[in-house]
Ligand binder design. Sequence first.
Ligand code: BG6
Length: 476
Amino acid sequence: MAESIFPADFLWGGALAANQAEGAYLEGGKGLTTVDMIPHGKDRLAVKLGQEKRFALRDDEFYPSHQAIDFYHRYKEDIALMAEMGFTVLRTSIAWSRIFPNGDEQQPNAQGIAFYRDVFNECKKHGIEPLVTLCHFDVPMHLVREYGSWRNRKMVEFFAHYARTCFEAFDGLVKYWLTFNEINILLHSPFSGAGLVFEKDDNQEQVKYQAAHHELIASAWATKIAHEVNPANQVGCMLAGGNFYPWSCKPQDVWAALEKDRENLFFIDVQARGAYPSYTRRLFKEKGIAIAMEPGDAEILKNTVDFVSFSYYASRCASAEMNEQNTNAANIVKSLKNPHIQASEWGWGIDPLGLRITMNMMYDRYQKPLFLVENGLGAKDEINAQGEINDDYRISYLREHISAMAEAIEDGIPVMGYTSWGCIDLVSASTGEMSKRYGFVYVDRDDRGNGTLARTRKKSFWWYKKVIASNGADLE
Ligand code: BG6
C-alpha cells in the first residue's frame, strides 16, 4: 500500500442535512420551512424555482421531507454507524425553524436546542467533530410569508440572532461552521435556495441579487459573531462548485465559460475576499440591477471566512451559443453536455480530474484552506438475494474523486477534510426521490414514503472504513 499523502489531522466523514434527513417536520416545536412545502412530482420544479407559490400544504401531494429518513428519532443509531466507519467529522445542518419556529422570535425553542445538543454530544461521544451548516435549503415559512424571505433586509437581523443563539448554545461542542449551503444556488433555484417567490412584475435578477446581498451581509455578520463568541470557531462559506469548461477554444466560448464561473464565484469572491468584485459594476448595470446597501455594509463584508468549502459533483461546460434547449441541469446549474465525460443515470457528469481543476482554481483565487463537504454518486441500489448491496459503481466514483483530491493536495493545496454527500441514503434535493441514493448505509424507504426505514450497510461501507483507517492510502 502506498503511503498516505493526506495530513495526519485530515477530517474524514460524510454529510447530510436536516431538511433531507430529519423528518419529524412538526415535532419538538418545529415550525414549517420552505422544504416542507416542496412536493414530490410534477409541480416540484416550479415550486423550487419560486414560480409557483405554495404557502399551504395540500392533501393531494406527497412531501418527502416530512418524514425523510427519520434521523430525528434515529440519530443515535445513525451516528453509531458513522463511527463504525471511523468518521472523524459529520457534516449536518441545523433546521432554523427548530430553533426559531417562526424565525422572528426573541426566545429560542428549548426543545430545538436540546435536540441538537444531544446530536452533537452523540458525535463527540464517538470522537466525531460536527461540521454544522446554519442554513441548508430551509427558511422558516413564517419569514417567507410575512417578510418575503431574503428580499427583505430584516432577514439579516433574524439570521444574526439565530446564528448567535447557535454559537452560544453549542459553544464547546461545535467549532466548524458553514453559514449558507451552496449559497450560489439562490440564483438557480430561488425558492429552495433562499425562500424567494416571484411576483408577476418582478425584475427577477434584481430580486435575486438583492437577496444575495442580504445573505452575504448576514454571512459576514455571522462570521464576526462566531469569532466573538469563541475565537477558536472556524467559519466557512459553501459553494456549489465545478468549473465551467469552454465548449471550444473559440474566444467567445472561453469568455462564456469565464462569465458562467463568475456567476457562481461572485458569492465566494465576496465571502472570501471581503468586497464586491470589480466585475459586478458592469454586470449589475447590464442586468438593470441596483443593490440597496446600508452604511456600514462594506465594513461588515470585511469579515471574511476562515476556509472555503464546496460541493463537487461534476464539471460544467459553456459556449457562446448555450440556451434553454441545448443545456440540462446537473446539480441545478445549467450546462452543455460534455461529450468527453461519462454521466450518471440522472445526467450528472462524472469528471474526477474536474475536481482537481476546480480545487486548483479555487486555491489560486482565494488562498484559504479548502474543505470538500459534498461529493458522491446518486445511483439506484439493488438488494440481492443474500440481502447485500454491492455498490461497486459508487466505490469507483468515490475512489476516483478521492484520488483527484489527493492530487490536489500534492499540488500544494491545504485541504481540511472530505465529507461525501448523503453518507446515509436520504431524500434527493432536486427530485425528492429516495431512489437516488448516495449512502454507505441503505435506508429502506421508497419514493412514495413506503418502507421500514431499516438501515443496512452497503459494500461501500466496508470500503470507506478501510479508506479512513489508512488515511486515504488504501483506496482499493
Ligand atoms: C447539493 C445539496 O446540491 O447536492 C444537497 O447541497 C443535495 O442538499 C446534493 O442533496 C445532491 O443533489 P440531489 O439532487 O441528488 O439530492
